[in-house]
Write a protein that binds this ligand. Sequence first.
Ligand code: ATP
Ligand code: MG
Length: 295
Amino acid sequence: MKIESKKIARYADKYCITKGGKFRLKDIDPGDTGKFKSVDFAKDLLADGIKLMSHLQQKLYAQNRWSLLLIFQAMDAAGKDGTIKHVMSGINPQGCQVTSFKSPSTLEMNHDFLWRSNVALPQRGQIGIFNRSYYEETLVVRVHKEMLKAERLPEALVTKHVWEERFEDINAYEKYLARNGVKVVKFFLHLSKAEQKKRFLARLDEPSKNWKFSESDVKERGYWSEYQDAYEETIQNTASHNAPWYVVPADNKWFTHLVVAAAIIEALDSLDLQFPKVTPEQEKALAEARKLLKS
Ligand code: ATP
Ligand code: MG
């Protein structure tokens, strides 16, 4: 394995938020493609990234100590599904699980908001992908406040501090995960409103894309600025060293894939993963097995 391709990891740095205080969404251009003029200049790097991810995942799996949780949040048509597909193309499915979080079921609504995430967390040695997550609780639920009512929290507990409290709870949860060997990395695929329009129109115009179209997506587009504010505030309040946010330019899909792969490589690399060392006893057993097979 040519570890030289590790240089890919640095392409994500510019988009990594670990301290949210001064973060402004407007500082990141959805159309940014870094130093690359087009996908042709990034092709080799993309392919190397996939190979490197695959190599690191093997170590994660063999070492069986850490796990990696990748959270994807975005407006509709930002390319969550395509990005997950691309990332997965380099990963052994045995060591990876994707969970898509939809509107909570009645059973889920009958519990606290983190309940359904717990059972979906990756086991040691595994990569877990959350396609949407508990972050919906400070995004869609914040934009559509009637959803909070539907959660049936005791009234005395729902004050004007409810969002602050959710940020606090999420930060505590992510600290807890970090202390338990779950490395959390969060992605916001940052799409422009104009590019979303283009992609929605393509879903209407191209028969092979019709199935992707949903009327409710267009309705949600009407709340664009409310969502942008909710994302900005969520990132400001929940970016940390334990669990950084990557705000990934999403108007060019190939660039999104590159930055996401780079961030994953960076995260896995930071764990200093090692294949388990063979103990003297195991070495003896290996020698015995070799003798037996040859006899
Ligand atoms: P795609 O449209 O690409 O298939 P998607 O992630 O948009 O993927 P949908 O089934 O269209 O999937 O939408 C899921 C919906 O569930 C989203 O509108 C999301 O906001 C909503 N949702 C997810 N979690 C929650 C939550 N905790 N509370 C309320 N709504 C939620
Ligand atoms: Mg949708």
